[in-house]
Design a protein around this ligand. Structure first.
Ligand code: GDP
Length: 426
């Protein structure tokens, strides 16, 4: 993706998340000077397999595994500082040096224990199937203009007052929700006082750091979390996350102008999965769905929740190409389909008898669509050792060609296994 003219690249999930962005970011980070997270919180759970080692990163940008990359957590992220430091300590215990390589926006909002208490108690969160890590409530506070930001830790006198008001409000809400648990002001004060000496030295105007890096000709990778269909505006509302996961969110959440971005890579699985509730038109019911789940190891990286599985949905990816302005696609997990004799691909929907190549905006419409399938022949050979397109069997190449034609964006990468080296650059 990076070349002389392409210095600032966004990587987004182009379906419902879990597409393997962590792996792509890890591969691309080798050529990046900066890796920036710009939205979401600590539930992302990106899995990165380096050699024989596996890392699951929730809050830290995946670029941390490359010793030279500087990692930034942008203003658009809601930061769970306890998770961040736990992760940094864990990385240190595995020999990864992070000191001097990670900075956090002083404009980023904090996820505090009362957010998690509210999240767990909320019936709405349970219906949508959130991970209960306080991310939704933290974004609600941000937009309700009652959030607490990293920079607020610089003013201990006002911070106590802020916390007192927030904890009191949280307790009123908890009471209304009918749960007995209450948030403790003293515990919150002690927590942030304990965190401040570690957090403030890495707090910075990260947008300025990115801006300067680009001026100096450095390469910047903006790492998205979740997927386009979970975007609060463009996703399958209300079964969405609380932030803008699409590429536009990268500009706002990293603190740079949209004109600074040179390319957008959309990561798509060779099939489709979704965690939690909400419509999934190409969901494979019964045995085929079970088989895909088993073959793909489709269980949440952090929660262990089984993911719902189905076939590639061209309407979804076409839509994603449009709303993200994708300049390229990375198709992951192609190897998961190795053993299948036939692979269905949805080319469009039938909606009330009419052919549609668009994604309806309302979930009840999306729940009623009838996907139209084309059955493509499988290759029935292991792809894990392919490193060039020419190494792929003709059926696998034909499968990719069809996905590319249907999606309307060029395939730039194909991933054929979990390891760093199992990638084809097209
Ligand atoms: P992310 O949040 O988008 O990074 O995705 P997750 O980490 O939740 O899920 C992706 C999973 O697929 C991880 O376990 C990866 O190691 C794995 N993975 C990524 N690319 C490939 C691939 O090409 N083939 C296989 N078999 N697994 C992959």
């Amino acid at each position: 993706m990076f070349d002389r003219k392409t210095c600032c690249v966004v990587v987004v999930g182009a379906q419902w998340g879990d597409e393997g962005k962590g792996k792509l970011v890890d591969v691309l980070a080798e050529r990046a000077d900066y890796v920036v997270r710009y939205q979401g919180g600590a539930n992302a759970g990106h899995t990165v397999v380096t050699g024989d080692e596996q890392f699951i990163l929730q809050q830290t940008p995946s670029g941390i595994l490359h010793p030279k990359a500087i990692c930034l957590i942008g203003n658009g992220v809601v930061l769970d500082p306890e998770t961040l430091f736990k992760e940094l300590d864990h990385l240190a215990s595995r020999g990864i040096v992070t000191a001097g390589r990670i900075f956090v926006s002083d404009r980023a909002h904090l996820v505090l224990p009362y957010h998690k208490q509210l999240d767990v108690a909320s019936e709405k969160s349970q219906k949508i199937g959130t991970t209960g890590r306080g991310i939704g409530p933290a974004y609600e506070d941000k937009y309700g203009r009652r959030g607490i930001r990293v920079g607020d830790l610089r003013n201990p006198e006002t911070l106590r007052q802020l916390l007192a008001e927030r904890v009191e409000r949280a307790n009123r809400l908890l009471q209304m929700m009918g749960v007995a648990e209450r948030a403790s002001l003293e515990e919150h004060v002690a927590l942030v006082e304990g965190l401040a000496p570690r957090l403030l030295p890495i707090a910075a105007d990260t947008g300025r750091l990115v801006h300067r890096a680009l001026q100096d000709g450095k390469r910047v990778l903006l790492e998205g979390a979740q997927g386009a269909l979970l975007d609060v505006d463009h996703g399958t509302y209300p079964f969405v996350t609380s932030s803008n996961t699409t590429a536009g969110g990268a500009s706002v959440g990293a603190g740079i102008g949209p004109t600074a971005i040179d390319g957008v890579l959309g990561v798509v699985k060779a099939y489709t999965t979704r965690v939690g509730n909400g419509p999934l038109p190409t969901e494979a019911a019964g045995e085929p769905g079970e088989e895909l789940r088993k073959l793909g190891g489709e269980f949440g990286a952090v929660t262990g929740r089984p993911r719902r599985c189905g076939w590639f949905d061209a309407n979804v990816v076409r839509y994603s190409v449009r709303v993200n302005g994708l300049t390229g696609l990375a198709v992951t997990k192609l190897d998961v389909l190795d053993t299948l004799a036939e692979i269905p691909v949805s080319t469009g929907y039938r909606v009330d008898g009419e052919l549609s190549e668009e994604l309806p905006s309302e979930v009840h419409q999306l729940e009623r669509v009838d996907p139209i399938y084309e059955i493509l022949p499988g290759w029935r050979k292991p792809l894990g050792n392919a490193r060039r397109m020419a190494d792929l069997p003709p059926e696998a190449r034909a499968y990719l060609d069809r996905l590319q034609d249907l999606s309307g964006a060029p395939i730039r990468y194909v991933s054929v296994g979990t390891r760093r080296d199992q990638i084809i650059e097209v």
